[in-house]
Design a protein around this ligand. Structure first.
Ligand SMILES: CNc1nc2cc3c(=O)[nH]c(N)nc3c(CCN)c2[nH]1
Ligand SMILES: [Zn+2]
Length: 368
């Protein structure tokens, strides 16, 4: 049993579940910190563990470019290579190859591109993407998909859906490692009939989980929620749903309400490194001079290492002085904040009080 739904909210589509993988039980809804190149930036695996995170996301695209999937395999796989004892999900590169490479040439066979690292010409095909993720050894791997930019013409989105479906079937055919769960990725941009067609075809292919891709690419929260409303309907209720690249606390709450179980986003760590901390009252930009003599913690309601030991004045000093400790302390707090938010969400679903939790959250949280 890879995934179990334990409770479904009576008033919304929110559900409390658990993923069974890598000998762990991971409660959902879950937030997965991003460790693109085999590290969650500025944090040691021990610090990541201290935040409560149990699964992290790494990128097969980056890791196959450097150091190479074969080297990671030779070194015992990614868990061993990076010293992470929790679970790992890898993204296939479907998104990164388009957003990070130059001279990409896409065909039904795959994507030809120039390595941003050494300029060499490379080709990613569904078969190669499965092999790379197999070598890296993640517990959950993603199919190779084509994520179109937003906005895009319907016929361009339609071609990308056809290709995504063709590649999904080829990924399934070449995947034969039962220790790794393979997820399909729904595309279709913001076109309802494309999204439904894609979800229906992927559902028939019987993946172990389903990601909603092609969102959080500039379409805005309203359109993102609309796409989720009609797409989730066509995904099997007994399998996990993963909204890729999301997101801010408010977007996570809207998505949980629509039945999403899994999330990943660079926001907690990227904003942490830019001096932006998440708190239950909204975002705190620590470099603001108002914090110069502020003796209080980042968030009165937080009991993370950063909030228990350091004042806002000290954290501001670290950022003004460009001390790297500031990057670590704010990243630590932000990941902890997201883990605590997910714990509160899970508890509220269990109590049948998700909707009131969401209302309480928004009444306190000033999205400044
Ligand atoms: C930040 N917004 C965002 N949108 C995404 C869509 C896809 C998407 O459509 N496909 C894949 N494979 N990855 C995506 C990602 C990367 C998730 N770590 C996305 N990130
Ligand atoms: Zn904190």
């Amino acid at each position: 049993m890879f995934f179990k739904v334990l409770a479904t909210d009576k008033q919304t589509k929110a559900r409390r579940g658990e993923l069974h993988l890598a000998g762990q039980i991971i409660p959902t809804p879950v937030f997965m910190p991003v460790g693109t190149q085999g590290t969650v930036k500025t944090l040691t695996p021990l610090q990541i563990k201290e935040t409560g995170a149990e699964i992290i996301l790494c990128n097969a695209y980056h890791l196959c470019l450097r150091p190479g999937a074969e080297i990671i395999k030779q070194l015992g796989g990614l868990h061993r290579f990076m010293g992470w004892k929790g679970a790992i999900i890898t993204d296939s590169g479907g998104f990164q190859v388009f957003s990070l490479s130059k001279l990409t040439k896409i065909s039904n066979n795959g994507v030809e591109f120039q390595s941003p690292i050494d300029g060499s010409k490379l080709l990613l095909t569904p078969e190669k993407v499965i092999k790379i993720q197999n070598d890296i050894g993640a517990n959950i791997i993603m199919a190779f998909d084509e994520c179109v930019p937003y906005p895009c013409e319907k016929d361009m989105a339609s071609v990308a859906v056809e290709r995504t479906l063709n590649w999904a079937a080829r990924c399934l055919d070449s995947h034969n490692n039962e220790d790794q769960a393979l997820f399909g990725i729904v595309q279709g941009s913001v076109f309802e009939e494309l999204r439904i067609e894609c979800a229906k075809h992927l559902e028939k292919m019987n993946f172990q989980g389903y990601a909603i891709g092609g969102l959080s690419v500039g379409e805005g929260s309203l359109l993102m929620n609309e796409v989720m409303d009609y797409t989730v309907e066509y995904l099997p209720p007994g399998k996990p749903r993963y909204l890729m690249g999301v997101g801010f606390p408010e977007d996570i709450l809207h998505a949980v309400e629509r039945g999403v179980d899994m999330f990943d986003c660079v926001i907690p760590t990227r904003n942490g490194r830019n001096g932006c901390a998440f708190t239950h009252l909204g975002k705190v930009k620590i470099l603001n001079s108002r914090y110069k003599e502020d003796t209080g913690p980042l968030d009165e309601m937080c009991d993370c290492y950063t909030c228990k030991n350091f004042s806002r004045a000290y954290l501001r000093h670290l950022f003004v002085a460009k001390e790297t400790l500031g990057l670590t302390l704010l990243s630590l707090h932000n990941i902890f904040y997201f883990q605590r938010l997910m714990q509160q969400i899970r508890d509220s679903i269990e109590r049948g009080e998700f909707r009131s939790f969401k209302e309480q959250f928004f009444s306190a949280y000033k999205n400044n």
